[in-house]
Design a protein around this ligand. Structure first.
Ligand code: NI
Length: 169
């Protein structure tokens, strides 16, 4: 089932998410829905708080379904390593219509649990490292806009407020 994606300003996307405690059928259904919602958007990643569930789960597929091995489901993920630096344009399904250049590590190793509750580890470089870091931020209630400084951030926030007041957000 495709779920609706919450936007900047919705409380759940700005709050820290809680770890998953048990691998229930509800969690499995949520993961399935998140994958479907990400592909439908389409997007390269989606975190549970974006569909209104404050749990530490994200899905990423930088191939958007083209590579059958491209899908990563991460539950209760943690950073093992982060290094390097990259500066690229970034957007977010919760901040539609906006992009900005965000500083990110160029290489990331994450560990966490897979959909079945098994331990896993994933290394990402380039776009995958960026996607991992972006989704990890979501689990801490942080959007790419919060990573910007000064005028760049103010311009986006002001435009969102304006759209919001006009009922267009
Ligand atoms: Ni996002």
């Amino acid at each position: 089932m495709i779920r609706s994606i919450l936007k900047y300003g919705d409380r759940v996307v700005h709050d820290r998410a809680e770890p998953v405690g048990a691998f229930t059928p509800d969690i499995d259904r949520l993961v399935g829905d998140m994958i479907e919602t990400m592909y439908a958007a389409p997007g390269v990643g989606l975190a549970a708080p974006q569909v209104g569930v404050p749990l530490r789960i994200f899905v990423v597929d930088i191939s958007i379904g083209r590579d059958p091995t491209g899908l990563v489901v991460m539950i209760n993920p943690e950073f093992v390593e982060q290094d390097g630096m990259q500066l690229e344009e970034e957007g977010c399904l919760s901040v539609p219509g906006f992009n900005a250049t965000v500083v990110r590590p160029s290489r990331v190793i994450l560990k966490g649990l897979d959909r079945a509750g098994g331990e896993q580890r994933h290394e990402g470089t380039g776009l995958l490292a960026r996607a991992f870091q972006h989704e990890m931020d979501h689990l801490d209630g942080m959007l790419f806009v919060d990573r910007l400084r000064g005028i760049k951030r103010d311009v986006i926030v002001r435009r969102i407020r304006k759209l919001s007041r006009a009922g267009k957000w």
